[in-house]
Design a protein around this ligand. Structure first.
Ligand SMILES: [Zn+2]
Length: 224
């Protein structure tokens, strides 16, 4: 669910970092380039279809219930899992998301916007830079790739929980209940832990704990 920035990023960057043809590049260059290539490979969908119009409407609703943020671009595409936050300011959404129930659409979009609002793209870049501060060449990457992979995986888990919490805050401000929010996971299919995503069960448990701890806040206050 919600294949996010980090999923492809970790795999692509580690793969690219292991190749010797990437000369005189920093790891941040490599990450940027890999995301640019993935974006370019996505085919824009027709924005006038009923599916696309529903996604756009859901996106606008979420934006109205978010804390003010910098400019964010919505791209409705073919060729991405369900949705993905990219390059720190783009939400790429598969057109089929428009066929999902509105609550699910809202949660998916709010989750990806949560990645953007929390600057997860920059955070991941900083982590990679910490482990690979110099040029991306095998002598700088081979020795650290396993530790980097471990740290990146841990960071992505935190980011997923943070983006979920953000999405839940948005939906709560819209008047949705905890059951509405957690039913999103059942709708999308429960799954186990992966290298980049905690299991649906862990995510639901985290949201339930957060719901009882937090009170709804206005969009202008800090994120949930
Ligand atoms: Zn995510």
């Amino acid at each position: 669910m919600m294949k996010s920035i980090q999923q492809a990023l970790v795999a692509a960057a580690l793969c690219l970092a292991a190749t010797s043809w990437v000369q005189a590049e920093t790891i941040v260059n490599v990450l940027d380039r890999s995301q640019r290539m993935r974006l370019e490979a996505m085919h824009p969908a027709d924005t006038a279809t009923p599916q696309a119009l529903k996604i756009s409407a859901s996106f606008d609703k979420v934006m109205q219930h978010m804390p003010p943020s910098h400019a964010v671009e919505l791209r409705i595409v073919r060729g991405v899992g369900l949705a993905e936050a990219m390059q720190g300011h783009i939400v790429a959404v598969h057109e089929s998301v428009g066929d999902l129930p509105e609550t699910v659409q809202l949660f998916i979009l709010a989750h990806e916007l949560g990645h953007i609002a929390h600057s997860h793209w920059s955070q991941m870049g900083l982590l990679f830079l910490k482990w690979v501060p110099g040029e991306v060449v095998p002598q700088n990457t081979n020795a650290v790739s396993s530790q980097l992979g471990r740290d990146a995986s841990a960071l992505t888990y935190n980011m997923e929980f943070e983006a979920d919490a953000f999405a839940m805050g948005v939906l709560r401000r819209m008047g949705y209940t905890l059951d509405d929010v957690t039913s999103v996971f059942a709708c999308l299919g429960m799954y186990r832990d992966s290298p980049t995503h905690p299991s649906s069960f862990k995510r639901i448990v985290a949201l339930r704990a957060l719901w009882s701890r937090d009170v709804p806040s206005s969009p202008s206050s800090s994120s949930s």
